[in-house]
Design a protein around this ligand. Sequence first.
Ligand code: ADP
Length: 255
Amino acid sequence: MSAPIIKIDGISKSFGTFKVLDGLSMQVMPREKLALIGPSGSGKTTILRILMTLERIDSGHIQIDGEQLYHMERNGQLLPADERHLARMRQKIGMVFQLFNLFPHKSVIDNVTLAPILTKGIPRAAAEKRAMELLDMVGMADKAKAMPAQLSGGQKQRVAIARALALQPRIMLFDEVTSALDPELVEEVLNVLWRLCSETDMTMLLVTHEMGFAHDFADRVLFFDRGKIVEEGKPDEIFRNPKQERTQGFLKKII
Ligand code: ADP
């Protein structure tokens, strides 16, 4: 059996006096597709942001692909990670946000090529060739020269997915990527996620309120409440036969 690609050991995180995560541990296997569900404020987004190094942890350890994320091993000692270490680790992970976060003054193709050119030093022509392949995959090749303001929410989100894929991450994090979209635009984004899920071997973590999609997409579902994993299991177990009262209550309300 292979080793986990993400290993979270006893992490805690507070915002001021509010403890969002309190000694959380979890593991994700390579290629695994995980859905993180649970009430608002239960810490799901914070976990993704911590993995993306957008938030720091107060204590605990995280390993990505066998390497410490927030620490560096030097002569058998664990030291706090420096910016260079974090930047290198960050390249293993891509993230797509609820509100797209495209660069508004850059064209679609420039949004996708910017990071590969700047952070990986990939020549522009090669970056553009790859960007067009990715835009084609998300059905946005014909909008390569458009500006973000000219796109619908669903189109922006598909560009954001292509942008995150451009750095060829092994792990992709999706944070409620359809919840800011009008209902008729949700499906086009879910279709792209579905293609990634079925056609790539990336490890994927999805925070979502789309329970039907979570059921079909995930190998494993984690139910969070108040910063803790209350229950986890295969989608059928969690959605059809939840064991914990809190999971039952949440699913009753949302489905
Ligand atoms: P979820 O994704 O499950 O809705 P979050 O991880 O977004 O939950 O948030 C967990 C809690 O942490 C919420 O109560 C939220 O208000 C709080 N929180 C998140 N980010 C910050 C921040 N940067 N500063 C202060 N509080 C925050």
